[in-house]
Ligand binder design. Structure first.
Ligand code: C2O
Ligand code: CU
Ligand code: CU
Length: 486
């Protein structure tokens, strides 16, 4: 049985008090047995894959609420095409991706293709569209011929509902393949990591107001909707793992003890120089491509807690603070003996683009703040440059075809991962320390009280889109702005 998390223990403790007066231990046991946790340990299951052919991938994604196979049980969640996560969409640079989003919910939703370098206008990656209950929307994304190969993902993006809908089960991976750059591996796996909290009857537990302020973290951390699945491999093989942090707010500091793991890609880009897994934290929205060369034995893929601050800062111990739990084993890698596979070495990556010596045509500073007064009054205090999100306002106006340098400051006691749509960012400095290698991300953490500096080539696609904190509760509370490139 899974160790009971602190929050579950608190909830059960509360129930225990009540049950003491209505029949004592029996009821408590019953609740604990059907309990909020799921069943761990199934065989790893990959999401269904839908691949483009002849330059086109045409899919229908039906959004509905219903019984889904989640955490080893039947739970009532949201899902795309009846699955959690939704299908993995595989395309290539130059392809056209068409998605008919069919909304079978009682509420509006929409769709965002996170990290894809595509137009934010019309029926492409336009997060200002709303798809009403019972209606559908045809989206069409044309990937440029030089679109980077890598790992991306999709999720809803209707302001005010994003955290609830994503936490409820709406997310899926997108892989952009480049057959000329395929890595020599025995197998490839997509690991969509998400979290959620289920009640005893298998419904998703709604976040409380304090959890929204903190950024909700679910009791269960899932890989492809499974609780601690088992991945089987043999030594001598080589695997490529595409890890997506699809949690609404949880940061992932992963380790795979006893195994040889190299990070070869981050967000949508191959790294110029690969690195170890240590010290790489995936904020919500980030991806990492890992090359694993399995060593015989059993290893846990562990998510270590990350202290991302709290409304009162790092010092106040509270059960509500995120990252206060212990490490969680989210999957087991079981490696048997095997012959050495006949694989070519992983080729060196092409040198990534580097804008450090580029002339910039503009510099601007954006500042995250959390005002206590506004937070108490219902979240009005989650701002960028003192303002909460207004879809009709233009916050940043940039000239298409230019490179800008943006410094994102965080004058609050919590970390805020900064995400910009459409145009990837080269990270130049974090908290005053320069980044030595060219590092391209589409979500970059801005530490509490700190700052990051990025350079952004606003090119290829003009239009209006958004930037925001990817702790999705914060985004829903207003930590989002609009940018227009023309
Ligand atoms: Cu992952 Cu604006 O989104
Ligand atoms: Cu995005
Ligand atoms: Cu935030």
């Amino acid at each position: 049985m899974e160790p009971i998390s602190r929050r579950t223990a608190l909830a059960l403790g509360g129930i225990g008090l009540v049950s003491a007066t209505v029949g004592g231990v029996g009821l408590w046991r019953e609740l604990a047995a059907t309990g909020p946790a799921g069943t761990a340990g199934g065989t790893f299951r990959a999401p269904e894959e839908l691949r483009s052919a002849d330059g086109v991938l045409d899919v229908r994604l039906e959004v509905s609420r219903g019984l889904h196979d989640v955490a080893g049980r039947q739970a009532t969640t949201l899902g795309y095409n009846g699955g959690v996560p939704g299908p993995t969409l595989r395309v290539r640079a130059g392809d056209t991706l068409r998605i008919e989003l069919v909304n079978r919910l009682q509420e509006a939703t929409n769709l965002h293709v996170h990290g894809l370098h595509v137009s934010p206008e019309g029926t492409a990656d336009n997060v200002f569209l709303s798809v009403g209950p019972g209606t559908s929307q045809q989206y069409e994304y044309v990937l440029p011929a030089d679109h980077p190969a890598g790992t991306f993902w999709y999720h809803p993006h209707l302001h005010g509902t994003v955290a609830d809908q994503l936490f409820g089960g709406l997310y899926g991976a997108i892989v952009v393949d480049d057959p000329t750059q395929d890595l020599p591996v025995t197998r490839e796996r997509t690991l969509v990591v998400s979290d959620l909290t289920l009640d005893g009857s298998g419904h998703v537990v709604a976040a409380s107001a304090p959890e929204r302020m903190m950024g909700r973290e679910g009791d269960l951390v899932l890989v492809n909707g499974q609780l601690r699945p088992r991945l089987d491999a043999t030594s001598g093989e080589r695997e490529l793992w595409r890890v997506v942090n699809a949690c609404a707010s949880r940061f992932l500091d992963l380790s795979l003890a006893g195994q040889d793991v190299r990070v070869v890609g981050r967000d949508g880009a191959r790294l110029g120089r690969d690195s170890g897994l240590d010290g790489i934290v995936l904020t919500p929205g980030n991806r990492a491509d890992l090359v694993v060369e399995p060593t015989e034995g059993r290893s846990e893929l562990t998510a270590h807690p990350v202290d991302r601050g709290g409304p009162m800062g790092h010092m106040m111990g509270s059960d509500l603070l995120p990252g206060d739990g212990g490490p969680v084993a989210i999957a087991d890698l079981v490696v048997g003996p095997g012959p050495t596979a006949d694989l070519a070495p992983v080729p060196a990556a092409p040198a990534p683009r580097d804008l450090r010596d580029t002339e910039v045509s503009g510099r601007r500073t954006l500042t995250f703040r959390m005002g206590m007064g506004g937070m108490m009054a219902g979240g009005g205090g989650f701002t960028i440059d003192g303002r909460t999100f207004d879809p009709d306002r233009v916050d940043q106006q940039v000239r298409l075809g230019t490179v800008e340098e943006w410094t994102i400051r965080n004058d609050s006691p919590m970390d805020h991962p900064f995400h910009l749509h459409v145009w990837p960012m080269q990270v130049l400095a974090v908290g005053g320390s320069p980044v030595s290698e060219p590092l391209w991300l589409d979500v970059v953490n801005v530490p509490a009280g700190g700052a990051v500096t990025v350079r952004v080539p606003f090119e290829d696609f003009g239009g209006r889109t958004v930037y925001h904190c990817h702790v999705l509760d914060h985004e829903d509370l207003g930590m989002m702005g609009t940018v227009t490139a023309r």
